[in-house]
Design a protein around this ligand. Structure first.
Ligand SMILES: [Fe+2]
Length: 243
């Protein structure tokens, strides 16, 4: 994955990029009352010509129809630090996504991009839930989940499902730069809980999540969840987002 990213820029500031996960802020909007998720957020636009620009800081909003657990309110998260948001690593990552997702959707040339730095903490007797809502889709077109770090945790397995919830595949992001690329309009995804390996030591899973949603002309994204009968949904299924 590193070589693929470096075709679109440099990872020269990766150490500082990864270290910035040590300075995320507590997510206080958790509908389950959990205090195990830390994050920062930024919004970008990708123009038809490929220009990538950071947008003014704004809330992350999802309708409750997509996120029954945490939707329906404007959620203000701390902004991605300026140097990280304008840094080489994030530039390479966004450039890679813009090129790949652009090739996959020729009719959809401009994008609204949301970037989430996320840390899920695990404590003895209190597993951290990367996707507290269970199997879901994010309500966008494409998603990149890039592993930044795993420290002293077990599990955290990514699962991919068809529209009816049937398991299509499962894999675990274990090394920095391991990635999941999800065509969110077609499949559902989830991540299993993470638990500490050594209960006496700090334990967490750091990921970068980047979502791309087409704007302007182009076909509307398919929403497989919209046609999924409730009776065929898997346990834990909700039409919601992991963020
Ligand atoms: Fe998600």
């Amino acid at each position: 994955m590193g070589a693929m990213l470096e075709r679109h820029g440099s990872l020269s500031d990766w150490a500082a990029f990864a270290a910035s996960w040590d300075d995320l802020e507590l997510d206080r909007y958790m509908g389950d009352g959990g205090r195990y998720r830390r994050r920062r957020h930024a919004v970008y636009s990708v123009a038809a010509g490929g220009e990538i620009r950071r947008a003014p800081h704004q809330a992350h909003y999802q309708d409750r129809a997509y996120n029954a657990l945490n939707g329906g309110v404007a959620r203000w998260f701390a902004p991605v630090e300026e140097a990280i948001g304008a840094g080489a690593s994030l530039g390479a990552i966004l450039g890679f996504c813009a090129a790949l997702f652009g090739e996959l959707s020729a009719a959809r040339r401009a994008w609204r991009v949301e970037v989430h730095q996320l840390r899920i903490e695990a404590r003895p007797g209190a597993a951290g839930l990367p996707t507290p809502e269970g199997v879901h889709r994010d309500g966008v077109d494409y998603v990149l989940v890039l592993l930044v770090a795993r420290r002293n945790i077990v599990s955290g397995t990514t699962t991919i499902h068809d529209a009816g919830g049937g398991l299509l595949g499962a894999f675990t992001l274990t090394a920095p730069l391991d990635a999941a690329l999800v065509h969110d309009a077609r499949v559902l995804h989830g991540v299993t809980a993470v638990e500490p390996l050594d209960p006496g030591a700090e334990a967490y899973r750091d990921v970068l999540v980047v979502t791309f949603r087409g704007v302007g002309e182009g076909p509307a994204p398919v929403d497989p969840a919209a046609s999924t009968p409730a009776s065929s949904q898997p346990p834990g299924f909700k039409r919601s987002s992991s963020r």
